[in-house]
Ligand binder design. Structure first.
Ligand SMILES: Cc1cc2nc3c(=O)[nH]c(=O)nc-3n(C[C@H](O)[C@H](O)[C@H](O)COP(=O)(O)OP(=O)(O)OC[C@H]3O[C@@H](n4cnc5c(N)ncnc54)[C@H](O)[C@@H]3O)c2cc1C
Length: 421
């Protein structure tokens, strides 16, 4: 029976547990939020011998990081020229250069700390769902090529050979990228941070943040941490913190459904070389394999209430239309998460008062960018040298239309999944 269950939690080789905070302690830096951003920041600080405490409301990877597709992509959702046109040439090029290397940074951490997360760096594939989608990929290909990136544009037949379906008009294969088991990666980062000396507390929601002279105090139900510097990495998942907004971005829901095991003869004809892929549709679909021989299909939408049958029935139809030979394959489990979309689709480092910062708004691409920004911000916090940051620190951020856009995305994905195959 198809049931709500996160396949990454069922299959993670990395296990991580930590106690709740039940004491009043101090540190040099407090990090709130144990996803890719907070854990990579904690690791970087701890590596330098500086005292860091990471506080997580639930378990490590509870947020987007543990619900992710696992596509470790370079850059952002926006093609390079759009980044430059939104934030200017100097800042745009600095960010693009840094995020082009993001998959390498992720895979290096995985290797250095022996993180058991089924990492494979053999590229990811962006598939054109329409002729106009292919036009978009042609533009992306030429922009990345101009920057010297190892990307290939595939025609319809080559795409069919690689993905195993006739549905796509072509594809862009980015060889910098790859796939991971995202929850295992996140837990591995937390494990490495603790091994380097970080203190990590789980099941300890920060309820309020106070300023006592030069010190920030993060208060939980049974304890508190004092430090001169504090970094929030709570992104779309910010729990109630006294007088703080829950999320300051548009939220897009994204669900994934995992099949039962696929027979060997069918397995070899789907995603033939093992890459993960996603398509160019506005209500996008993603597809990847898991190490235990299942397919994981993802799409925008929250499978709850009315949306449950609507999105999941679409997922069954979509799988059949992609791979008509999968007649006897059924979906076993599904889960979903919330994606924080910033007002210009570019992540933000925001200053929230003296030595208090927040990183958010990854807009659906957070494995590479979360790791890069978390690591860079850790270096900045220890040195106050902005040269470590791939982007300037923002002082003001707001998106007044976020509630309307959040509603629009869920409504549009329901309408799309109601009518589409
Ligand atoms: C379904 C889905 C699929 C995605 N697929 C991809 C993909 O394939 N590739 C990619 O690059 N990106 C993908 N993304 C985006 C990516 O997962 C996110 O950008 C990334 O996980 C953000 O990491 P983070 O550490 O900033 O935040 P999160 O992982 O969301 O972590 C925030 C943490 O803060 C904690 N927290 C919140 N409030 C408090 C509090 N008061 N006290 C203490 N802790 C608190 C939460 O419990 C949570 O664990 C996907 C996102 C989703 C939701």
């Amino acid at each position: 029976m198809l049931e709500p269950r996160n396949h990454w939690a069922d299959t993670s080789e990395e296990v991580f547990t930590a106690h709740a905070l039940d004491d009043h302690i101090s540190a040099d830096i407090i990090i709130v939020g144990g996803g890719f951003t907070g854990c990579s920041a904690a690791l970087e600080v701890a590596k330098s011998g500086v005292k860091v405490v990471l506080i997580e409301a639930h378990g490590i990877g509870h947020g987007g990081s543990g619900r992710n597709v696992g596509l470790v992509n370079a850059g952002l959702w926006l093609p390079p020229d759009d980044i430059v046109s939104r934030i200017g040439k100097a800042d745009g090029e600095r960010l693009i250069t840094s995020l082009s290397r993001a998959p390498k940074d992720v895979f290096d951490l995985i290797n250095n700390y022996q993180i058991q997360c089924n990492a494979v760096q053999n590229g990811t594939v962006h598939c054109a769902h329409s002729a106009s989608g292919f036009e978009d990929l042609i533009q992306r290909h030429s922009q990345w090529k101009a920057l010297g990136a190892p990307v290939d544009l595939l025609g319809a037949q080559e795409t069919q050979n690689l993905i195993g379906t006739r549905l796509y008009y072509g594809a862009l294969w980015d060889h910098r990228a790859g796939t991971i088991q995202p929850l295992a990666y996140c837990r591995g980062l937390a494990r490495a941070a603790v091994a380097q000396g970080a203190k990590v507390f789980e099941h300890s929601p920060v309820l309020s943040v106070k300023k006592n002279q030069a010190l920030w105090q993060a208060v939980t139900q049974h304890g508190s941490v004092n430090a001169p510097k504090i970094l929030f990495c709570t992104n779309a998942y910010q729990d109630n913190i006294h007088q703080e907004p829950r999320a300051k971005t548009t939220i897009v829901n994204y669900f994934q459904a995992v099949t039962d095991t696929i027979s060997d003869d069918q397995w070899v004809n789907i995603l033939v070389q093992g890459q993960g892929c996603w398509d160019t549709a506005s209500i996008m679909t993603s597809l990847r394999k898991s190490v235990d021989k299942r397919l994981i299909l993802g799409a925008m939408g929250a499978p709850v209430g009315l949306g449950r049958s609507l999105h999941l029935n679409w997922a069954k139809r979509k799988l059949k239309s992609l791979f008509p030979l999968l007649v006897d394959v059924s979906l076993e489990a599904f889960w979903f998460g919330e994606i924080a979309i910033s007002n210009d689709y570019i992540p933000k480092i925001q200053s929230l008062g003296a030595q208090r910062y927040e990183i958010f708004g990854f807009s659906g691409r957070g494995i590479g960018p979360g790791t890069v920004l978390g690591t860079a911000m850790a270096k900045y916090l220890m040195t106050e040298d902005e040269a470590y940051l791939p982007m300037p620190i923002t002082k003001e951020y707001s998106d007044r239309s976020r509630a309307g856009k959040t509603l629009f995305f869920e409504t549009a994905s329901r309408a799309f999944h109601f009518v589409k195959r």
